[in-house]
Design a protein around this ligand. Structure first.
Ligand SMILES: *[C@@H]1O[C@H](CO)[C@@H](O)[C@H](O)[C@H]1NC(C)=O
Ligand SMILES: *[C@@H]1O[C@H](CO)[C@@H](O)[C@H](O)[C@H]1NC(C)=O
Ligand SMILES: *[C@@H]1O[C@H](CO)[C@@H](O)[C@H](O)[C@H]1NC(C)=O
Ligand SMILES: *[C@@H]1O[C@H](CO)[C@@H](O)[C@H](O)[C@H]1NC(C)=O
Length: 356
């Protein structure tokens, strides 16, 4: 090293006119060195200017910190609460299960389809039953069920919610304008005609599955008239559902009433046979948790829970000014559902992202 440097110093003395050959060699060495430096500069500039290369060279990506996912975890834990039974029930109803083979149902809606078979057939003929491949193929599904509760207000949970593989939303809960608190991703939205948002395109993503929860035969009739543009029926609903509903029929799914049956029977111990008489039914929220526990490996909930009964002025939803009073006569036993969710939280079957 040292000798080379010394030699270089020797050779490059241009002041020495008595050695023209030596001088020339010295000059070309300098040129070579200058060229090398130039090439090096160009290379560095190139790698910096192309940011992806720059990242490849100097950046070691830190794996995104996500909730650990254990395959089958939710199922194992949920069996403590739901008991053991066959879990190979499809999430969505499909035509082939009813068209040739009439799958018999023990219960009427909302716990079965007894008596509504013909209407259901017509609806299944114009809707779809598939789960998107991007979700179906996941080895482990992290899901969050976003309730409509007031505790989401100012929660800043939006970003965290968007990170789940599957985001389940309920009824007409808006997203537009609330993204920071509730996120913007919606994988599935459970609804029934009276709870359908009038502007489904604004509050959902183009690929959101719009999952109809049928409580009565008229609900099948409603979706049929909307999708086939038949004459609308205005009677038979407790609140006027949309008459014009701008959705792609490919987004519509019909929820298997099995999940309503399980929620009512195993979580609330309701009588299934006398559903007409006893009027009491699970909320869409409890139904969504039940569904998630069958479909997902990790289930978290956010925005569940109602205010204490004495807080008469506390609004119950994050997006509208209604209070607990509006729940009277809804056919939901809010305190009984709270007990069921508490039990699930205590046994670690689900985890809460907001105070419950
Ligand atoms: C359900 O099955 C699992 C394993 O198959 C078993 O460990 C568990 O004890 C069963 N639970 C009930 C309530 O029978
Ligand atoms: C949410 O934050 C806004 C602005 O900081 C505040 O005015 C409002 O009272 C908060 N709402 C709740 C429910 O905390
Ligand atoms: C609601 O559930 C609670 C707790 O299980 C029970 O005490 C109450 O009687 C129920 N209310 C109705 C109207 O069934
Ligand atoms: C979950 O609920 C419990 C009470 O049931 C509460 O102590 C806890 O803070 C809640 N978790 C979050 C993240 O809000």
């Amino acid at each position: 090293m040292v000798s080379v440097a010394g030699g270089s110093q020797d050779d490059s003395s241009p002041q020495d006119p008595s050695h023209p050959l030596k001088n020339m060699i010295g000059k070309s060495r300098w040129k070579l060195l200058a060229m090398l430096v130039l090439v090096l500069i160009v290379m560095v500039w190139y790698s910096i200017s192309r940011e992806d290369r720059y990242i490849e060279l100097f950046y070691f990506p830190i794996p995104e910190k996500r909730e650990p996912c254990l395959q089958g975890e939710a199922e194992r834990k949920a069996s403590q609460i739901f008991g053991n039974y066959t879990r190979n029930q499809p999430i969505f109803l499909q035509l082939k299960d009813f068209f040739w083979v009439k799958t018999p149902s023990a219960y009427e809606l909302p716990y079965g389809i007894k008596g509504s078979e013909d209407l259901l057939l017509r609806v299944l003929a114009i809707t779809s039953h598939t789960m998107p491949e991007s979700i179906q193929s996941l080895k482990c599904r992290r899901c969050v069920v976003v309730g409509n509760g007031h505790r989401l207000r100012n929660s800043s949970l939006g970003e965290a919610i968007n990170k789940y593989d599957v985001v389940i939303r309920l009824n007409n809960a808006p997203v537009a304008g609330y993204e920071g608190d509730v996120g913007s991703k919606t994988t599935m939205r459970l609804f029934y005609p009276e709870s359908a948002h009038f502007d489904p395109k604004v509050e959902n993503n183009p690929d959101t599955l719009l999952v109809l929860v049928a409580f009565k035969a008229m609900d099948f009739h409603w979706i049929e008239t909307i999708l086939s543009d038949k004459k609308r029926v205005r009677k038979g609903f407790w609140k006027q559902p949309p008459l014009i509903w701008d959705v792609n029929p490919k987004q519509i799914r019909i929820l298997n009433p099995f999940y309503m049956e399980i929620a009512a029977d195993r979580l609330l111990s309701l009588s299934l046979q006398q559903s007409r008489k006893s009027k009491q039914k699970p909320t869409t929220g409890l139904l969504a948790i039940t569904l998630a526990l069958h479909f997902c490996d990790v289930v978290h909930i956010a925005g569940f829970g109602y205010p204490d009964a004495y807080k008469k002025k506390q609004t119950i939803h994050y997006y509208e000014q209604i209070t607990l009073k509006s729940m009277a006569g809804s056919g939901h036993n809010v305190s009984q559902e709270a007990l069921a969710i508490k039990r699930m939280l205590e046994t670690g079957v689900v985890k809460n992202l907001t105070y419950f």
